[in-house]
Unconditional design. Structure first.
Length: 203
């Protein structure tokens, strides 16, 4: 099957079945590849294009207008061919824009527990999915696109063998043009997908 066909959505699915279908397709798409840049690029494309092929989120007032990842800056590959002569000073914790689909978005989100700003930083620090029905009512929301009305952000959680609890390594973010665009079914669907993505990659 051509890779692009994995974003074709069969007619007649309800939302639970839609998320199960996307999860299954993503499993096939990520098989045999462990690089997180490559896998997150295909994951954001599959989720975004699948949502746009699903009647509830297709073009129109309820359209999903952004889907992508912000990743802990420490996990980005170090330069290998060109790098500054001096060792850069250590940076405070932050999330950097990773693979995504949609219009351009903010590159950098500062993260500081207790002082987090925005939905992505809060989901990352709290290690919980945040369902925001009205982004304008969310304290500290970062408006990358003034047209976005609602948002769901799911943390990427990784369990290392030598650590007792899961650590957050990034977030998966979806934006919608409608108020209340996402619900609990979307949150749970996204959480299953986030786990699949984390487990499919080397970090
Ligand atoms: N709205 C997010 C920022 C990322 S964009 O939506 C793509 C936030 O408040 O963290």
């Amino acid at each position: 099957m051509p890779h692009a066909d994995s974003a074709i959505i069969p007619a007649g699915l309800d939302k639970e079945a839609f998320w199960s279908h996307v999860h299954e397709q993503l499993g096939y798409l990520l098989a045999g590849q462990r690089d997180w840049v490559t896998n997150l690029a295909n994951a954001s494309s599959l989720i975004y294009n699948s949502l746009l092929a699903f009647p509830e989120f297709a073009d129109g007032d309820r359209m999903v207008n952004w889907c992508g990842f912000y990743i802990d800056s420490e996990l980005f590959p170090a330069p290998k061919l060109i790098s500054p002569k001096d060792t850069p000073a250590p940076q405070p914790a932050r999330l950097l824009l990773g693979p995504f689909c949609g219009k351009p978005a903010c590159q950098l989100i500062h993260v500081s527990p207790g002082k987090a700003r925005g939905v992505c930083a809060d989901a990352y620090c709290q290690k919980e999915t945040l369902l925001v029905k009205d982004v304008d009512a969310y304290p500290g929301h970062i408006a990358c696109d003034g047209e976005t009305k609602s948002e769901v952000v799911c943390p990427l959680l990784l369990k290392l063998p030598n650590e007792e609890s899961e650590r957050a390594i990034g977030v998966l973010d979806l934006d919608c043009l409608a108020l209340g665009g996402f619900d609990e079914v979307d949150s749970r669907g996204l959480e299953r997908i986030a786990k699949l993505v984390v487990d499919a990659c080397d970090w």
